[in-house]
Design a protein around this ligand. Structure first.
Ligand SMILES: *[C@@H]1O[C@H](CO)[C@@H](O)[C@H](O)[C@H]1NC(C)=O
Length: 114
């Protein structure tokens, strides 16, 4: 008996949440439509524009300049080693002044321990 009530409640809750997510999705679509309409009206267009007309090909000299620039950049990239991000930023160096260990001290290799 209790189980039946629980199952019924669960079912109702699931139906409610499904309904809610459908509502949210519909609201989202409506909002997108509204924004699209606003953009079109700002542009004084009744409908989204179609594809732009095909562009004429680039003049040969422009194309040659583009090609040579690209080739130059490729050569430079080949000559230069890849940039290491660690090399790009300034580094903080820590310097520890050290004195050579004296006779019989820790590093001194005397064969005895203290
Ligand atoms: C530029 O390079 C393309 C291929 O990358 C080539 O088809 C074209 O003929 C070149 N144009 C000129 C002007 O060098």
């Amino acid at each position: 008996m209790e189980l039946a009530v629980l199952l019924a409640l669960l079912g109702a809750a699931r139906a409610l949440s499904t309904c809610r997510s459908l509502d949210l999705e519909a609201a989202r679509r409506k909002r997108i439509e509204a924004v699209r309409g606003q953009i079109l009206s700002k542009l004084r267009l009744a409908a989204p524009p179609g594809d732009p007309p095909p562009r004429p090909p680039l003049p040969d000299d422009v194309r040659a300049l583009y090609n040579s620039t690209r080739e130059l950049l490729r050569q430079r990239a080949r000559l230069r080693p890849p940039e290491d991000p660690d090399e790009y930023y300034a580094k903080e160096l820590h310097r520890f002044p050290m004195e050579p260990p004296g006779e019989g001290e820790f590093w001194g290799g005397g064969g005895h321990t203290r």
